[in-house]
Design a protein around this ligand. Sequence first.
Ligand SMILES: *Cc1c(COP(=O)(O)O)cnc(C)c1O
Length: 402
Amino acid sequence: MRGDEEGRRWEGLADEAAALRAVGLWRELRRVEGRDGGSLELEGRTVAGFASNDYLGLAEAPEVVAALKEGIDIWGAGAGASRLVCGTFAPHEELEAVLARAKGVEGALVFGSGFAVPMGVIPALVGPGDTVILDKLSHACLVDAAKLSGATLRVFPHNHLEKLERLLATAKGRVLVVTESVFSMDGDRAVLREMVELKERYGAWLLVDEAHAFGVVGPGGRGLVAELGLEGRVELQMGTLSKAVGLSGGYVAGRREVMEWLINRARSFIYSTAVPPFLAHAARVAVELMLGEEGERRRVRLRENVALFQRLMGLEEAVFSSAIVPVIVGGERAAVAMSERLRAAGYWIPAIRYPTVARGAARLRVTLTALHEAVEIEGLAAGFGQAMAELGGGEFAEEAAG
Ligand SMILES: *Cc1c(COP(=O)(O)O)cnc(C)c1O
């Protein structure tokens, strides 16, 4: 009987899981057995990956791999404690100095992941009685962190300045505006200059998440805030070390006194073991690589690859905004079917579905990297054409249209 009882305790979940499967929203992990320059060995076959956020290919760069080994030789493995206990090592401070310089501000603070950054930062700055105003397309970690803070949550439609202004005009307490600079699922950019002007007019603070811009956009890949020369006017810039930097971790950057406040109040910083010092060492090397000539060479390749894919997909007019080019399919099941066709043809792009994006806005989020070869991009575009033709009959077209 114990077994049955056990089973019944999970029954509700099994029903919910079945419901998710039925509408094409069930998610599964796929195991990668090996990788080489953007190619993946996935479930017994080699596929060209077009889903990674390793936009510059630094995750496999010899300089970064060598820096990891060197870091381990010098510092060993884990940090052993949180930063405040006895876990602040020289490589942490060196990395933060390089990040602060890259972001054009006084200081930076490194966290265990990009996700952990707003979870610590937002509740450290605002609370009940205050207001957080978010762009509708902001990443889950920004939304979760805003909720955690206890501040009143207000959302404006993507890049909708009039609505943002109305929310600013009626906001209570301390006001924090939050946006991504390059949007993770759409690849477009925030109207940042206008947002900065608005938040200044209303005396609000601004947090810009540069997760998909860092390494890709702006001089030296320093991000959109740097491209627009807004470094002194954005209170907080954040980003990750896990995307174009090719490693793992997150950071926030801003005024020194704010960084000192966060050391005292950001719980995901205080109560979490420090990033391993070898990782901080390698991240500093990777960020310097990203900022320098090698990074620029890779950004040129990346931009060429994005332009080629856009041209082949009939998006000639599109300007370069990021490494992300979403192909919107619409229906969730149609997107999964499209992804499967492309996988069979040798290209791996998982379907991005609700709740990551809105219902009925499922997509294949294609990301280009500096490592892609023109033939792979041509093959992918042809694969899209073929998959659309094969699936283009009744069901797919209807679902896509609906
Ligand atoms: C990926 C991502 C994060 C989280 O970064 P991790 O280092 O992967 O935890 C935060 N914000 C945005 C916009 C992201 O895309």
